[in-house]
Write a protein that binds this ligand. Structure first.
Ligand SMILES: Cc1cc2nc3c(=O)[nH]c(=O)nc-3n(C[C@H](O)[C@H](O)[C@H](O)COP(=O)(O)OP(=O)(O)OC[C@H]3O[C@@H](n4cnc5c(N)ncnc54)[C@H](O)[C@@H]3O)c2cc1C
Length: 299
């Protein structure tokens, strides 16, 4: 049954310390953080949200904005996908992230939805999550007990399960800029361009030895990350291992594609079946490799 909004209690914190005090209350009183509401309101409307007390994060000015310091961009927990997609430095230095931000829902959703909400919602289909995995993002969380940084690969511990404690609030997400010459690539495959949940979502990053450009040499860095292909968004480490073994070749690209079977465990569901998803996962990997180096297409 739909939740009656008149029965929902929303608490407005005076600042971060007050917010963390509220989150440290006993479980039956602890409010649920509310950012853009683009997931939470869907759950309330569908009657899937039993929690009736929410913590409005909007007064927390310190959680807003995007800052670039040195070689890292730090995205506040309240930064929206619109802010991310339009940020000039992110477009230039993290094009895969701005590409993903531009494919989350439509404009209305991007105007409200936050990167932190995408992480905390913990859907295996969250479009930003493979990008964060391929780019080694670090999530900063705070509670009354202090602040800690969690590398993104440690954040998703099971289907819709997070490594955070319920009293911890995401305050920011830090992403280091890839080194010069790194090629990154984002691809979402869904039923239509906007407002569709991914059947397969992928982000890859690859870098070859200094001076070798895209023409060849053994890559010294390969990260391949997928969403909607397992219970959690994850890196395809077996396929990465194959690509790190030697210079690009059509044979190596084929072997990497085969290795995806060790990494990915997609399910049949209403959006797609397992075989289709595995084919698409291989196709987007091929597309990335062709884009990264002509060597991957030579026989
Ligand atoms: C029409 C529509 C289309 C959509 N399309 C896409 C899409 O294409 N791709 C995609 O990935 N998603 C999509 N979504 C889902 C949603 O927009 C995203 O997951 C979004 O990033 C959620 O962010 P939010 O700020 O709205 O989160 P909210 O709904 O406010 O919160 C989501 C979850 O995160 C928690 N949370 C929020 N902020 C914090 C914080 N700082 N610390 C700890 N926990 C926090 C909340 O408690 C809640 O559990 C769509 C949703 C709708 C309604």
């Amino acid at each position: 049954m739909r939740a009656a909004l008149s029965q929902v209690e929303v608490v407005r914190p005076r600042g971060l310390d007050h917010a963390l005090d509220l989150l440290s209350e006993p479980a039956d009183r602890r409010p649920t953080p509310l950012a853009g509401g683009t997931d939470l309101f869907v759950y309330l409307n569908a009657g899937d949200e039993s929690r009736g007390r929410f913590l409005d994060l909007s007064p927390l000015r310190g959680l807003r904005g995007i800052r670039v310091v040195g070689g890292t961009v730090t995205i506040g927990a309240l930064a929206t996908f619109r802010e991310i997609r339009e940020h000039a430095v992110i477009r230039r230095r993290l094009p895969a992230l701005s590409a993903a931000a531009a494919e989350v829902g439509g404009w209305q959703i991007q105007n409200r939805a936050t990167l932190a909400g995408n992480i905390a919602n913990a859907s295996p289909a969250g479009d930003s999550l493979p990008v964060l995995l391929a780019l080694d993002a670090v999530v900063r969380v705070a509670s009354k007990r202090g602040v800690r940084d969690l590398p993104i690969h440690r954040v998703f511990t099971g289907y819709r399960k997070l490594a955070f404690d319920p009293d911890e609030l995401i305050v920011s997400i830090a992403i280091p800029f890839p080194s010069a010459g790194t090629v990154t690539f984002f691809r979402k495959v869904g039923t239509r361009r906007a407002q569709s949940i991914s059947k397969v979502v992928f982000c890859g990053s690859i870098a070859f030895g200094r001076g070798r450009g895209r023409s060849g040499g053994t890559p010294h860095h390969v990260q391949l990350a997928y969403g909607s292909m397992a219970a959690v968004p994850l890196r395809a480490e077996a396929a990465e291992g194959v690509l790190l073994e030697g210079p690009p070749s059509a044979e190596r690209a084929r072997a990497a594609r085969l290795a995806l079977a060790e990494d990915l465990t997609p399910i049949d569901d209403v959006r797609s079946d397992r075989d289709y998803r595995m084919d698409v996962a291989g196709n987007v990997l091929d597309q990335f490799l062709r884009n990264a180096s002509p060597g991957y297409t030579r026989s």
